[in-house]
Write a protein that binds this ligand. Structure first.
Ligand SMILES: NC(=O)c1ccc[n+]([C@@H]2O[C@H](COP(=O)([O-])OP(=O)(O)OC[C@H]3O[C@@H](n4cnc5c(N)ncnc54)[C@H](O)[C@@H]3O)[C@@H](O)[C@H]2O)c1
Length: 372
């Protein structure tokens, strides 16, 4: 079996969610990490017994690195992915793909030009509840989709933004609520409908976060070419991260995604419920054992003190992240590389969600309907 040498750029909050699967998977070996913060890269390198760099170009210059994971602030995804592609590395970047369509197209172009694979993380597509709904929509048992609603009511305290040097800014985060949090549900909703978008209407506002320049509230209407309309509402002004809702209304029933649960109700009264199970993706005993190793504890404490890590708490609720299915997408990325086939979520696929998010911002800022 081919062993892929891996470099990880960005050792912040999401780092461990990539690094742990990379350590556990047989076909991957972390060769190096990179972060501009000394404490972050040092602790990450100690945890995963690898080299550390402050300049990602040094990491990209290594011959033994085949794949690069990009876990940095949003505005850096494009320049880093393009440089990695130019260096002949495959790229798996965290969402969002980029902060503009120009950047996103340039990433695709660089990957094509250099014959490398570009993947973008949307792990919630792999949640058991999401898969159950997608299957019910694809197998035709629910009939034609006739409408959809998306509701996200989460919370982001002022401290979250105050401790970050990039969240809450247009030039570094590229927006906030829509491009960072709601992008997960918007991607699922679009994937469920699986049709070209015809137009987008939207409004955004900052109602309760004076410490940031970006939006904390958004709503709108997406019209697909087949006539399906998706109505959405999202806010970061609630008191807790309430279960997200994606309801897909079909001729022969309804597919309701509520956070970790899917309830598929057929017109004949039949009902199917599927609940995400963290044990599907994480072996509790193994996970706990790893994070109880003494060196791991020291490194994790350093990361925590530095304020760059919120995990490992992915095992059971309350979890920092919705969906503990990164491992499934990461596994699919490497299996696809080994087999020479495109991964499930390619750059081209992620571009469609990028285009939707960008259209929401454009529609809101220009106060007009964006026709695709
Ligand atoms: N899929 C998910 O559920 C999920 C959850 C959280 C975050 N994310 C995504 O992961 C990415 C990172 O988010 P985070 O929460 O880990 O952010 P973070 O701020 O905690 O970490 C980012 C890290 O990148 C480092 N960095 C900044 N500039 C750099 C540079 N030039 N070179 C090397 N390192 C640099 C920072 O020092 C920091 O340690 C974002 O794209 C975010 O949207 C995804």
């Amino acid at each position: 079996m081919k062993k892929f040498g891996v470099g990880v750029i960005g050792c912040g909050a999401i780092f461990i969610v990539h690094a742990y699967p990379l350590l556990r998977m047989e076909e991957t070996e972390i060769k190096a990490v990179c972060d501009i913060k000394l404490e972050a890269r040092r602790a990450a390198a100690e945890l995963f017994h690898c080299d550390a760099y402050s300049d990602y170009r040094e990491l990209l210059a290594r011959d033994d690195i085949d794949v690069v994971h990009i876990l940095t602030p949003h505005y850096l995804h494009a320049p880093m992915a393009i440089a990695a592609a130019e260096a002949g590395k495959h790229v798996l970047t965290e969402k969002p793909m980029a902060i503009s369509m120009e950047q996103a197209h340039a990433m695709l172009e660089a990957a094509r030009r250099n014959g490398v694979t570009l993947g973008v993380i949307f792990q919630n597509r792999y949640n058991a509840a999401s898969v159950a709904i997608k299957n019910a929509l694809v197998n035709g048992s629910l009939g034609r989709i006739i409408g959809q609603r998306v509701v996200l009511s989460w919370t982001k305290p002022a401290e979250y933004y105050k401790r970050s040097d990039w969240h809450g800014t247009w030039d570094k985060e590229g927006g906030s609520l829509m491009i960072d949090q709601a992008i997960h549900v918007m991607d699922l909703a679009r994937w469920f409908v699986d049709e070209e978008i015809a137009s987008v209407q939207a409004s955004i506002a900052n109602r309760n976060h004076p410490e940031i320049e970006t939006e904390d509230t958004a709503e709108g209407l997406i019209t697909y070419r087949n006539g399906v309309k998706c109505v959405f509402f999202a806010t970061n002004n609630f008191t807790y991260n309430a279960p997200v809702v994606v309801e897909t209304h079909c001729e022969d029933g309804t597919a309701l995604l509520e956070f970790d649960k899917a309830v598929i109700t057929y017109r004949n009264g039949q009902e199917l419920t599927v609940v995400n199970d963290p044990a599907e993706t994480v072996n509790e005993a193994e996970y706990r054992a790893f994070f109880n190793e003494e060196s791991s504890q020291v490194a994790l404490r350093t990361l925590k003190e530095w304020g760059v890590i919120m995990l490992p708490v992915t095992w059971k609720a309350p979890r920092s992240y919705w969906g503990v299915t990164h491992i499934k997408q990461i596994q699919n990325f490497y299996t696809s590389l080994a087999e020479g086939v495109p991964p499930d979520i390619t750059g081209e696929e992620a571009l469609k969600t990028q285009q939707l998010i960008m259209a929401i911002y454009q529609a809101a800022k220009e106060q007009r309907t964006i026709e695709f």
